[in-house]
Design a protein. Structure first.
Length: 223
């Protein structure tokens, strides 16, 4: 007789945030982003489902890619302040490439004896367009075909291009302004979306399917 030992492991909801940290985000925009990220974490900690399952990672991208912190249980997350270079390119393609490597390494897959993590969620915020276009084109296809439960792109401000974000996801929103109120509304919506994901058990999420909360008036959904 063969006995199998079943290993029980808490299933996580991995959430990745890719944040544009190029020099054009200097001033009020990056200050509002830092405040918004702290509010996002504080808000999610009030939700028992999210507190139990969400693991968060933040990756910034400019001319360099920086993992602010790896996939970390929500209760242990401490968000450092994002600082910016004076100028530089926007290497979104390289950021997506780094993300794919992190997901492959960090997200637990199901085995015959245990269930893996829930399908991850991805939120990308940028105020421009990719500088590394060739790599971005390659990685946007790979990201769109990956096993994410939700991919949300946000084009912030008048110089941001939603066209590029639409290459990687059908859920793209825009912010007309880059002031504190706009970013506050965006991160509150992200928090609500993650909370919805924590209750969905890995089901695909989208605004069109009605499973993500509708964006507030400060956020325009690109159709």
């Amino acid at each position: 007789m063969i006995f199998y030992r079943v290993i029980f492991m808490a299933r996580r909801l991995p959430v990745y945030l890719l944040i544009d940290s190029s020099g054009s985000m200097a001033g009020e925009p990056i200050h509002a982003v830092n405040v918004g990220l702290s509010s996002l974490v504080a808000g999610l900690r009030q939700d028992p489902y999210a507190l139990e399952s969400v693991a968060l990672s933040i990756i910034t991208f400019s001319n360099t890619i920086e993992e602010l912190f790896p996939l970390t249980p929500l209760e242990s997350v401490q968000v450092p302040e994002i600082t910016l270079p004076r100028s530089g390119a926007t290497h979104l393609g390289e950021a997506l490439e780094t993300l794919c490597q992190k997901v492959e390494k960090d997200v637990h897959k199901s085995t015959p004896t245990s269930k893996g993590d829930f399908r991850p969620m991805l939120f990308v915020l940028t105020d421009g367009k990719p500088s590394d276009l060739q790599l971005f084109e390659q990685m946007s296809v790979k990201i769109k075909q990956a096993n994410f439960a939700a991919i949300v792109g946000c084009a912030a401000g008048p110089k941001a291009s939603s066209e590029f974000l639409q290459k990687m996801t059908n859920t793209v929103v825009t912010l007309d302004t880059m002031d504190s109120s706009a970013f506050s509304a965006f991160f509150k919506w992200v928090s609500d979306s993650i909370a919805a994901g924590s209750q969905s058990a890995g089901v695909s999420l989208s605004t069109s399917g009605g499973t993500l909360p509708p964006p507030p008036e400060e956020i325009q959904l690109v159709l």
